[in-house]
Design a protein around this ligand. Structure first.
Ligand code: PLP
Length: 408
């Protein structure tokens, strides 16, 4: 019989625990800088206007039904997703070198990729995945669940609050040949620190020398800079350099489709005369994994994204919405930095505007994070990460004062 005594109590997910603590706090001045979801200037969730439109189009379709999607998902969605991340005129698409499956948002894409690699990647040799230190914490659990070993490469320099480029490259260079290197395509979570294009080129070169396998996690395309091509630059550059790689693509942030779980997994093979048959074989195995895990992906979020991605006018409206979100975040970065500098808060604050995307690594210590929570009712994760989207014109000064108080 099943012995329930062997099931230990697991710790609460720290981020979701933080959200619960925030909800319990009755102070009217409380500020939520924990969860990575976009908020408007009134701290409210924002349904993108273009998503509202797509929703209306879908709902007015008398033929809309709730049938199953195919195992690989909605074809219009996965082909549009390829174009979005790889570029519409990508040779990889033209040469049919890409296998794509719709997944349960970015998490599901990371999982499907990890599962596939666990089953087929260098099964006869030692293989290790490398994550940035720090990284999105779910990477650890997802890879652990599929029994892939992992280590980390240095990423964040506490001193400069920027990229530890030397540490990163040295570790990647010294990793066993053929390691899996997980890279954040843009808007690194949790630090907000991205390599420059010159640095990406260097990383690419070292990875080529060591025949490493890149696994790009792309959860913020268009959300980071407001420019879809710019945010996909690193992925496209690696493919141009001839890499075989995989990509986990999320539509949670850039479409605001968090709970709809729209995402895509892509496996791109390198150019070879038999690339098309290789991709067909890979796709067939991915389909088996998908079938056993989720059977087929959820339809509605993918339909919304697909409606927008495949319509020129709606696509342009989406780009405007992306600029609204990224622009507001960039404004908040500027406002926070200038307020801290105006207050003469000890330390340097240029990292706030140097960093990009949803998050900023403030450099606050765990003790300071806990103090700011009890003194000022500001909620952020213990590593000092703040979600920039939680700041707005009504609370940014309050937050700057709270930081100032705790730093002094
Ligand atoms: N990868 C990274 C780096 C992320 O930051 C996130 C979301 O926070 C995800 C993947 C996946 O998110 P979702 O499953 O909601 O698409």
């Amino acid at each position: 019989s099943f012995n329930a005594d062997v099931v230990p109590q697991a710790p609460e997910d720290p981020l979701f625990g933080l959200m619960a603590a925030f909800r319990r706090d009755e102070d009217p001045k409380k500020v939520d800088l924990g969860i990575g979801a976009y908020r408007d200037d009134n701290a409210k969730p924002w349904v993108l206007p273009v998503v509202k439109k797509a929703d209306e189009i879908l709902r007015s379709d008398p033929n809309l039904n709730h049938e199953y999607l195919p195992i690989a998902g909605l074809a219009d969605f996965t082909t549009a997703s390829q174009k979005l991340i790889l570029g519409a005129d990508s040779p990889a698409i033209k040469e049919k070198r890409v296998a794509s499956l719709q997944t349960i948002s970015g998490t599901g894409a990371v999982h499907l990729g990890a599962l596939f690699l666990a089953k087929f990647y260098r099964t006869n040799s030692q293989r290790t995945a490398y994550f940035s230190d720090p990284t999105w914490v779910n990477h650890f659990q997802i890879f652990k669940n599929v029994h892939l070993d992992y280590l980390t490469y240095p990423y964040f320099s506490a001193k400069t609050r920027g990229l530890d480029f030397e540490g990163m490259v040295n570790t990647i260079r010294n990793a066993a040949e053929g390691s899996i290197i997980v890279l954040h395509a843009c808007a690194h979570n949790p630090t907000g620190v991205d390599p420059t294009q010159e640095q990406w080129k260097e990383i690419c070169k070292v990875m080529q020398e060591k025949k490493h396998f890149p696994f790009f996690d792309c959860a913020y395309q268009g959300f980071a800079s407001g420019d879809l091509a710019k945010d996909a630059w690193a992925v496209r550059y690696f493919i141009d350099q001839g890499f075989e790689l995989c990509i986990a693509q999320s539509y949670a942030k850039n479409f605001g489709l968090y709970g709809e779980r729209a995402g895509c997994f892509h496996f791109v093979t390198s150019a070879a005369s038999d690339a098309e048959t290789t991709v067909t074989r890979i796709a067939s195995q991915l389909a088996i994994l998908q079938r056993s895990e989720i059977s087929n992906p959820p339809a509605y979020g993918a339909r919304i994204a697909s409606t927008v991605l495949n319509n020129k006018e709606l696509f342009a409206e989406w780009e405007a919405d992306l600029r609204t979100m990224s622009g507001r975040i960039i404004e908040m970065r500027k406002a926070l930095r200038s307020k801290l500098e105006e207050l003469g808060t000890p330390g340097t604050w240029n990292h706030i505007t140097d960093q990009i995307g949803m998050f900023s690594y403030t450099g606050l210590s765990e003790a300071q994070v806990l103090k700011i929570r009890s003194d000022s009712h500001v909620y952020m994760t213990k590593n000092g990460r703040i979600s920039m989207a939680g700041l707005n014109t009504h609370n940014v000064d309050y937050f700057a004062h709270a930081v100032d108080k705790v730093v002094r």
